[in-house]
Design a protein around this ligand. Structure first.
Ligand code: R5P
Length: 292
């Protein structure tokens, strides 16, 4: 048996299987039974290595259920392995990293305590919403970038004089990194979000440089699609050509995909941190390299 086990949570079973193969670890799978009251009963299938375990589980909806599951996996891993590393390809709650309005709880602080308490050593995430979320962890942390993998995909498309766009100033660095790797230029729009209703609006006015060009809107995540829809509607009015979306985590809540396409997006490309119809870019190789 290998000295390393990859313990796969059900939200990341495909990615975990690939990582286990790449790093030659033995794969321990989770079997879940959901009780009538909603509780998860988790059974691990396979033997956990004594030396090191790597728990892999994204925290997408149902977020709290998947959070309790990853904490349970870490706890069980720690009972058997001396070192438990954790990979959270999509870190739920990452946007709750600051007290935006008085009285708001910074849930990332809570997660940091829970991961530590369960027995996690190092925590690896992919394109976390902001690095601020990681500063609450007393564990070692690392943020892995999916941008090189996304760029590889986009290099195969024949785009017309492409320009990289961030839908907001918060994503400017991400757009810059994408543009550098893609060998093009970039701009960032001005977006404002109402902190009470969550509604967004684009504050940027005229943008002549997008005219007659193909655009790639780059974002860390899509939830309701609100940010991308507003950005797309604005960019279409500026007479651009096609609009593509490159994002790491596509939650695509309810009919977000349909609404984004209706607004004028040609195609949405995401990674498999959240498996789904748009997750055409595999990030397992990049994660495997980062954790070894
Ligand atoms: C915001 O700053 C993020 O980077 C995303 O743009 C945002 O969270 C996506 O959420 P939604 O799809 O609901 O607009």
């Amino acid at each position: 048996m290998s000295q390393i086990s990859v313990i796969s949570g059900i939200t990341s079973d495909e990615i975990a299987k690939k990582i286990a193969k790449k790093i030659k670890a033995n794969l321990v799978k989770s079997e879940i039974r959901t009780f009538p009251d909603g509780e998860s009963k988790i059974t691990l299938i396979g033997k956990i290595a004594k030396k090191r375990s790597i728990v892999i589980q994204s925290i997408f909806p149902p977020v709290d259920t998947n959070l309790v599951q990853i904490l349970s996996l870490i706890t069980k891993a720690k009972e058997n392995s001396s070192k438990v590393d954790v990979v959270v390809p999509y870190m739920g709650y990452a946007r709750q990293d600051r007290e935006f309005l008085p009285g708001e709880i910074v849930t990332m602080k809570v997660l940091a305590k829970l991961f530590k308490g369960a027995g996690a050593s190092k925590i690896t995430v992919v394109d976390i919403h902001s690095l601020i979320g990681l500063k609450y962890f007393s564990n070692k942390t690392q943020n892995v970038s999916a941008i090189p993998d996304l760029v590889k995909y986009f290099k195969k498309l024949r785009l017309k004089n492409p320009l990289i766009i961030s839908p907001d100033q918060g994503g400017k660095q991400r757009a810059k990194e994408f543009a550098k790797e893609f060998n093009s230029d970039y701009i960032a729009l001005e977006k404002a979000r109402d902190r009470k209703t969550g509604k967004v609006k684009i504050k940027t006015t005229n943008l002549s440089e997008v005219e007659n060009r193909d655009l790639i809107l780059v974002d860390d995540m899509i939830s309701t699609g609100g940010s991308l829809i507003k950005a797309t509607q604005f960019l279409k009015k500026q007479k651009c050509k096609r609009i593509y979306v490159a994002c790491t985590h596509a939650l695509l809540i309810n009919d977000a995909e349909k609404k984004i396409k209706k607004a004028g997006v040609t195609s949405i490309i995401s990674t498999n941190t959240i498996p789904g119809k748009t997750s055409k870019v595999d990030i397992s190789n990049t994660i495997a390299k980062a954790i070894m």
